[in-house]
Design a protein around this ligand. Structure first.
Ligand code: NDP
Ligand code: HSE
Length: 429
């Protein structure tokens, strides 16, 4: 074993960074044996130096992250600050000064991954980011490496722990939305600004990263259709239950049937209770990958939280250090297919639509006509009337999202439709 240590700079010492530093210390001997050289934590950059941090040597703490990454003797920079800046500049500066980088920053990778890949390529260094998608679950490496010889057609799953935790609590414990979000935040699952979780930005960033790797093309956050869970009500969950379903925030990335484009989307959806994703509870994540030769693979595990995420960061750290000792680098960006990302309207899905309508002759026929005019076929209709008003629940067969959303717009325009109480896509059947 080499006795000269590999020097590691840690940028950020919050929920994830604290656990990374702890494991680096407590598992130092094992990590050294697996890498073939000891690791030295050379510095820790934070925003608030006075904050008490259990198990962290105050002598290592600095607020000058730029000076740390410019030292020139740092082998690996671990970026667990989050956000776009200063993380992007710190990472590119680290590459310019000879370090490899391990990051958990899905927001930055989805927004401007190309800049990071290019900087890594120019410096001849590694950019690893297993922790950026689905916490502890090995997913990025299997897609980038294990499945590099196959053709991935679809990636579908639950990739945000906070929203899964909230929906699970609302569904099974009858918790209110705010109460469940506060609990997820206290447990360290939520982003610094939990809007990123509940509005679907975090899951959309992960979908962009997954789609890019899976389909060997560039997919950015803006390419991903995004809807969060803020509009999901306990009435939606109850309605799902009546259909033998539950509601999950899904990320779905698909290659078009003709292979000429891809789609990426994040939205809440009803899935049957019999589907394996329905039993994914709390902050767990689960992702199905469908590949031509491999068939269907399922990845499951803790999707958020300090220690699980640190596990993924440490795995990358070991891989990057091994590469460094071997004078090699791992895979870089693979975007050779240049497949375009199609809009949401091209996606084929099903809708569950709840309407408040007048309970009088001809209304059902009028509603059915609107569906027919848009080429949307109805699967089931359920009506419950009271005092001249009725609640009508329609579940469609599969159709293009553009036709389904056009149908809803037209329904809103009918005099007899008092309101569209809820719309949710139905997936997983
Ligand atoms: P936290 O908010 O808990 O920690 C962020 C850390 O960055 C803090 O130590 C903070 O310093 C430091 N920091 C913030 N701004 C600066 C700056 N300008 N210069 C130096 N340090 C700075 O975030 P998390 O640990 O939860 O998340 C970190 C990253 O990991 C994010 O990219 C997140 O998306 C990702 N991630 C998080 C997961 C989770 O479950 N929490 C799971 C998977 C990925 P200070 O302590 O002084 O405030
Ligand atoms: N806020 C994220 C989540 C952290 O809840 O999934 C893990 O990426």
């Amino acid at each position: 074993m080499r006795t000269r240590p590999l020097k590691v700079a840690l940028l950020g010492c919050g929920v994830v960074g604290t656990e990374v530093a702890r494991i680096m210390t407590t598992h130092a001997d094992d990590l050294a044996a697996r890498i073939g050289a000891p690791l030295e934590l050379a510095g820790i950059a934070v925003r608030r130096p006075g904050k008490v941090r259990d198990g962290i040597d105050p002598g290592l703490v600095t607020t000058d992250a730029t000076a740390l990454v410019k030292r020139g003797d740092i082998d690996v920079v671990i970026e667990v600050i989050g956000g776009i800046e200063p993380a992007r500049t710190l990472i590119t500066t680290a590459f310019e000064h000879g370090a490899s980088v391990v990051s958990a920053n899905k927001a930055l990778l989805a927004e401007d991954g190309t800049t990071l890949y290019d900087a890594a390529g120019r410096g001849g260094r590694d950019l690893y980011f297993e922790a950026a998608v689905a916490g502890a679950i090995p997913l990025v490496r299997p897609l980038r490496e294990s499945l590099a010889g196959d053709r991935v057609d679809r990636v579908l799953g639950i990739v945000n722990g906070t929203t899964n935790f909230i929906l699970d609590r609302m569904d099974t414990a009858g918790s209110g939305y705010s109460e469940a979000l506060d609990e997820a935040t206290a447990l360290g699952y939520a982003e610094a600004d939990p809007t990123a979780d509940v509005e679907g930005f975090d899951a959309a960033a992960k979908a962009a990263i997954l789609a890019g790797i899976a389909f060997h093309t560039r997919v950015r956050l803006d390419d991903v259709h995004r809807e969060g869970i803020t509009e999901v009500t306990s009435a939606d969950l109850a309605s799902a239950k009546r259909m033998g379903c539950t509601v999950k925030l899904l990320a779905i990335c698909e290659r078009a049937a003709d292979g000429r484009s891809v789609t990426a989307r994040v939205h809440p959806a009803m899935i049957p209770l019999s589907h394996p994703l329905a039993s994914v509870r709390e902050a767990y994540n689960a992702v199905f990958v469908e590949a031509e030769a491999a068939g269907q693979l399922m990845f499951y595990g803790p999707g958020a939280g300090g220690a699980p995420t640190a596990s993924a960061v440490l795995g990358d750290l070991v891989a990057v250090c091994r590469n460094r000792l071997a004078g090699a680098t791992g895979p870089g960006e693979s975007a050779y297919t240049r497949l375009p990302v199609s809009p949401m309207g091209d996606v084929v899905t099903r809708y569950h639509i709840s309407l408040d309508v007048a309970d009088k002759p001809g209304v059902l026929a009028q509603v059915a006509t609107v569906f027919a005019e848009h080429g949307v076929s109805i699967d089931t209709v359920r009506q419950k009337g009271k005092d001249g008003e009725a609640s009508l629940v329609v579940v469609t067969h599969r159709a293009h999202d553009a036709a389904l959303s056009g149908t809803v717009e037209a329904l809103r325009g009918l005099d007899t439709v008092r309101g569209v109480a809820s719309i949710m896509r139905v997936e997983g059947e």
